[in-house]
Each structure stands twice: as structure tokens, then as C-alpha cells.
Design a protein around this ligand. Structure first.
Ligand SMILES: *Cc1c(COP(=O)(O)O)cnc(C)c1O
Length: 411
């Protein structure tokens, strides 16, 4: 039974040019170069935007942490896994980002699932940007609440859903015995607005001041996943919310991108944090991150918030500018470069097969840039998800764009 179903799914995946592979990346990868099957590439697909994954101070922190604490935490934070470096990491994150508390999870995927899973009960609603990350939308779909997806970066669309919710609440309070169809009174319904700081597949930033204003107007709660903004934007790299001067109720930061490591944290009020410590099952029933990882992440924050961090952000911004100008100059509108200020610079190709073909031709020429296909992005918007890092230089960008110009000329 399973075999038949699986074979059909795999065949369909192949027929649609959506078959996924996991390339084996070999030694000495860095944010700007990589080796796959013995061949070297310029890397234009890394999320290690500041080039911290190979930073000597990060490696030193990891080794120091391993020597002092071993390589594993030994248990859930509620048993034996809440190590001294992990406590310091949570305190540092909270004070750096201006929250009462931070709670660290093993990954951003888990942190997002944990937040939605714990907060959303039957009768609650979630209103999420429709391009939100899979970890957010999947948790929302599996939760007992109702999910609306507002138009991407469109505050008016968000407001129309909130308005509808508020109107539907008026009826039960006018006639107290009336129950909405799902059997719950809506009066105390939680309303959770979900968006990202910088969108992972488009690289654009959310209009957070407008979204925050509307969220507040309707008494809703705002959750912002800033996986791609923190480290890159804002003062000391505090991220998109800092850049726009807003403070969401729940801020998600992840450590697999600009932090050059892995893990994630929820930034919360004291009350929310207490609730999570008591009831968040992905926290309670999962092994805490190793102390050596917490040590490494403390060093990542030191670097991000330092003058060196500013210098890396400046190099990154200069590279992004150079990339965009060179594309405009050498390729023009033959390939659709999305309007993005971030390290994520997507080139829209359209059909899946065409995107794969361009990516394969670039690979032949020693340039690694992944084709991103549906369902990760909407149909007919398959793209090259180019990422720029602080470690690229103009010569590398020139080489990439020269090849891309040649390839797109042949298309
Ligand atoms: C990468 C990413 C995540 C997942 O974080 P991991 O730590 O890699 O699990 C969540 N949200 C967004 C927007 C992301 O880009």
C-alpha cells in the first residue's frame, strides 16, 4: 500500500521537474565557495550572510565550549540540559533585542511550530502573510484555529481580515446565547498576525510599521519571524524590527543564517515566557542545544554587534548594490530581478525546467546557485535564489554575471 503510493508520488515529482536532491558539500566550504563531488564552485546560495560560519573566533568558541562542557547537553532543559552558556545566551538575546526573555529552541522550524502550537486554541484565528515560511504555515494549518492568508505585504488585505473577525464577534455579544458555527464564543478569541521581517524567497521586507499599527488597532498579537533580517539589518544587526522601530509581541530569530550556526529563539514578555517554560512541549520534550553551540552563539552576537559586524554589514550592502547595478547593466530585464534590498536577490525564471536548466549551466561553469521551485514558491515563478554575502568580492560577482549573461542569451 505505502509502496504504491510512494512510487506514484516520486514519479509525479520527477515528471514535474521537482525532484529534489541533497548535494554533498565537501571540505572548506565558506559563504562564498564550496566543493561538491570534487569540483569547486563559487557559492551564491549560502545563508551565511556575514561569513561567520568559518570565522576563527566562532571556531575557537566552539572548541572552548567543547573542551569545557563536552559536546552534548545531556537532556531537555527541564532535566539536565539547561547549561550555564545557554542561560547566558538567553539573557544576552533578551537584553540585546529589548525583551523580557528569550527561549532557545534547536531550530527555527521548531520555534515557529512551538509558538503557534502553544498559543492557538480552538476559536482563535491566525492571519498570516501568504508567503510566510513553511514552518509557520504548516503549524497554522495543523492548529485548531482558523487560518487566513493576507496578500503578500499588503496591510489593507490584513486589515480586511481583522475587520471581518471583529464584525463576526459582534453577533455573539449581541445575542449571548448565539454560538458561532465552530461552537466557540469569539469574544475571547486570540488573533495572531504572522509575518516575516525579510521574506526568505523574495528578499523583500514587510511594511512592519503599518502591520504593527493595524495589529494594535484590532487588539491582535503580532509575531514576526526575522530569520533573514537579524544580523543583516538594524543597529548592531538587531534586525528588521529594529530598523523600522517596532516591537512585535513575539519575535523569532534563527541562528542558521547570519549567525553562521544553528538554532533559534523566541523573544517574549515575562508572562509569555513563563507560559512557554511550563507548557511548550517541543521545549520540554527535546534535548537542549549543546553548551558548545550556546558558547558559539554568544560569540556570534559579540561579532554581529561589534564594529567588525558593522564592517561586514557594510561590505555586504556594497556587494548587494554592486550585484544589482551589474545585473541592470549587463542583463537588463531579460531576467526578472526582484526588488530587494536584502542579501536575498531572486532572479525569476518562470517554469521549473527552465530554472533548472539555467542553474545546471551555471554549475557547469563553476557557479553554485540553487533553483527554487514550487511548492516552495508559487507556480510559474521558479527562480534562482541568489544570495550575496560579505565575503563575496566584485570579481566573483563579475564572474557570476558574465556567465549568467551568456546563459540567458542562449535561453
Ligand atoms: C530558515 C527559516 C526558518 C527555519 O529556521 P531553521 O533554524 O533553519 O529551522 C524559519 N523561518 C524562516 C523565515 C526561515 O527562512
Amino acid at each position: 500500500m505505502w509502496n504504491t503510493r510512494i512510487e506514484a508520488a516520486l514519479l509525479e515529482q520527477k515528471a514535474k521537474d521537482r525532484y529534489r536532491r541533497r548535494p554533498v558539500c565537501q571540505t572548506a566550504n565558506a559563504s562564498y565557495k564550496m566543493q561538491v563531488e570534487g569540483k569547486s564552485y563559487l557559492n551564491f546560495s549560502s545563508n551565511d550572510y556575514l561569513g561567520l560560519a568559518h570565522h576563527p573566533l566562532m571556531i575557537e568558541a566552539a572548541s572552548r565550549g567543547a573542551k569545557e562542557y563536552g559536546v552534548g547537553s545531556g537532556g531537555s532543559p527541564h532535566v539536565t540540559g539547561y547549561s550555564d552558556p545557554l542561560v547566558r545566551l538567553e539573557e544576552r538575546l533578551a537584553s540585546w533585542l529589548g525583551y523580557d526573555a528569550a527561549i532557545v529552541y534547536p531550530s527555527g522550524f521548531t520555534a515557529n511550530q512551538a509558538a503557534i502550537k502553544l498559543l492557538i486554541e480552538k476559536g482563535d484565528v491566525m492571519i498570516a502573510d501568504r508567503l510566510s515560511h513553511a514552518s509557520l504555515l504548516e503549524a497554522a494549518m495543523f492548529s485548531p484555529g482558523r487560518l487566513y492568508r493576507f496578500k503578500h505585504n499588503d496591510p489593507l488585505s490584513l486589515e480586511s481580515y481583522l475587520e471581518k473577525e471583529v464584525k463576526s464577534n459582534v453577533i455573539p455579544s449581541a445575542t449571548p446565547s448565539a454560538m458561532p458555527p465552530d461552537g466557540n464564543l469569539h469574544e475571547n478569541a486570540g488573533k495572531l498576525v504572522i509575518t516575516e521581517g525579510i521574506f526568505s524567497m523574495d528578499g523583500d521586507s514587510a511594511p512592519l510599521p503599518e502591520i504593527a499599527r493595524i495589529t494594535q488597532k484590532y487588539g491582535a498579537t503580532l509575531m514576526v519571524d526575522d530569520a533573514h533580517g537579524v544580523g543583516f539589518w538594524g543597529s548592531e544587526g538587531r534586525g528588521t524590527c529594529d530598523h523600522y522601530g517596532i516591537k512585535p509581541d513575539i519575535l523569532v530569530v534563527t541562528f542558521g543564517k547570519a549567525f553562521g550556526c544553528s538554532g533559534a529563539a523566541l523573544l517574549l514578555s515575562k508572562t509569555f515566557a513563563e507560559y512557554f517554560v511550563q507548557f511548550s512541549r517541543p521545549l520540554i520534550y527535546s534535548t537542549a542545544i549543546p553548551p558548545m553551540q550556546a558558547e558559539t552563539l554568544l560569540t556570534a552576537i559579540d561579532l554581529i554587534a561589534s564594529q567588525e559586524g558593522d564592517e561586514r554589514r557594510m561590505r555586504l550592502a556594497a556587494n548587494i548594490r554592486y550585484f544589482r547595478e551589474s545585473i541592470a547593466h549587463n542583463i537588463g530585464d531579460k531576467i526578472g530581478l526582484l526588488d530587494s534590498i536584502s542579501p536575498i536577490q531572486p532572479l525569476i525564471i518562470g517554469e521549473d525546467a527552465a530554472a533548472l536548466a539555467v542553474s545546471a549551466q551555471l554549475k557547469d561553469a563553476g557557479i553554485w546557485v540553487s533553483a527554487i521551485r514550487p511548492p516552495t514558491v508559487p507556480p510559474h515563478t521558479a527562480r534562482l535564489r541568489v544570495t550575496i554575502t560579505a565575503d563575496h568580492d566584485e570579481a566573483m560577482i563579475d564572474q557570476f554575471i558574465a556567465r549568467l549573461a551568456a546563459v540567458s542569451g542562449e535561453q
